[in-house]
Write a protein that binds this ligand. Sequence first.
Ligand code: PRX
Length: 657
Amino acid sequence: MVSEATIESILQEKRLFDPPAEFSQQAHIKSQAEYEQLFERAKADPEKFWAELAEQELDWFQPWDTVLDWQPPFAQWFVNGKINISYNCLDRHLTTWRRNKAALIWEGEPGDSRTLTYAQLHREVCQAANVLKQLGVKKGDVVGIYMPMIPEAAIAMLACARIGAPHTVVFGGFSAEALRDRLVDGKAKLVITADGGWRKDAIVPLKEQVDKAIANEAAPSVENVLVVRRTAQEIAMQSGRDHWWHECLKQASADCPAEPMDSEDMLFILYTSGSTGKPKGVVHTTGGYNLYTHITTKWVFDLRDTDVYWCTADVGWITGHSYIVYGPLSNGATTLMYEGAPRPSNPGCFWDVIEKYGVTVFYTAPTAIRAFIKMGDQLPKARNLSSLRLLGTVGEPINPESWVWYQQVIGGGRCPVVDTWWQTETGGHMITPLPGAVPTKPGSATRPFPGILADVVDLEGNAVEDNQGGYLAVRYPWPGMMRTVFGDPDRFRRTYWEHIPPKDGKYVYFAGDGARKDKEGYFWIMGRVDDVINVAGHRLGTMEIESALVSHPAVAEAAVVGKPDEVKGSDVVAFVTLEGTYTPSDDLIKELKKHVSQEIGAIARPGEIRFSDALPKTRSGKIMRRLLRSLAAGEEVTGDTSTLEDMGVLDKLRQGG
Ligand code: PRX
């Protein structure tokens, strides 16, 4: 959700930043004319455009016979092509000088670090792949990955991809319950985890959470658990089921040819929140995803061999999949992975990492930028950040003032800023500047990537006029698009492709975001239009949090809304009615917050819980979230309240229940 103040500042924004001439001269895409040309070429014949790139940029075991088979809303790309993304990320670099180039630089906690060359990474991936095979994992078997930010997380993903076992990475901050739901839905056969992970000076007991998640046959598909030693505290190991990664790898052969996969074989499932029901398993497949993450990484981050590229996301999210692991490695780049996070004991840690490794391309989230602004300029100014040449942001709308601060204070005024709009579902960047070609406007994700036919539409799918608000939509398939919701193709159809009813057989992808397009064709993203809240760049479904609350015995009914927050973008506010014998108290608030953390994870913990006797409902019984959002934000409740069943409820809520 974007606050009124942000919308106001976005609407007033007039500044334009041209790509610096020195940057453009050396960039992959060097001018606006070149961008327009690419865009027009891709629009005129998308299949030809993508096929040419797939041939130039990737190594195929067998060519495809059809570029796109589009049976709306189901797409198949590079039909009958054979490819392996682990081969494209590793093997093909080994026959070049990149063999001994740093593939992965890891800065761990507390004070650990490690660098793996392409040859070393390849070796460990092959060994891990052989271990998976020995533990009975076969092509098509799903593997759960629940890891801290350590090289083994990337190694595990690539090992799965190598043998054709789709992975489902679950963010290490999710609770045992959330992990279980995902393992059960994906029918994971094996889980790769660590004894623990470091988060903000404390240990997260990952293995213990896995034990809880799969105890008592709660996730019956899981046969084995592979455990990386990271924090070295005592943990329970169940004989026959649990295996130490380092012991298994020591004995494993480093010879494991990459399995030729069909382009459309599933590469991974990644769960994400929607406005209804439980999180959905977004399915990505091999060939199209490989191409799309490769080419967006190359053009948007303008990567070249001398770069040290750092994306601060966690591998548990799509950003980590596409832009820490697959995109950069497919390009033969050096990708940096950081286990730490800014915290009171080390607020300048990001700038230390940039200085230590000479990071050249830096990709982070607006929420981090806003937090840094609050900490003051002295932290970054005390470090040498002159290695930086390009900055990126992702995850939520960035307000123009934060954009300008980022460009000036972190980028020293010389680095282009790429504000990249995309989603778990889209696989890679969709609306983003190409940094050497597209002039930027602070707060705008600018223009669509070539081949992406994005538009702002009404609910009938008609384009709205310039500067009119509408729904962000995409009118044609692209190689990185999700293929389905795991196990629920109907939900895929309904959620994304029928929200705007198809007309004359033409389907439109509905992103769930509001947007407006200006006269120059620049997109300004306004945030979610559904019941999804974006908290510090993390996507949370209000319904998931409501279900978590209602699963507590004290809660009769709950409604969750977002409220604007200066740093996090939004914060979670829960309105709760209690079961008969319970009474509101500070202790109960604490307990309910803890309960949500246990059910979902700390990221979903409500910032505020308000008790009330009743929730505002329409005469047909629907909770009036619009009213609750206004109340949570402390705004006057305006608009139509005529359908409100009991006006008295409103007064009570205003008074705090
Ligand atoms: O609301 C948009 C917001 O994040 C949503 C997608 O969330 P998720 O699937 O978790 O992926 C996040 C990382 C790609 C979008 O629907 N969003 C993402 N990037 C931007 C953004 N909103 C505005 N500007 C962005 N650059």
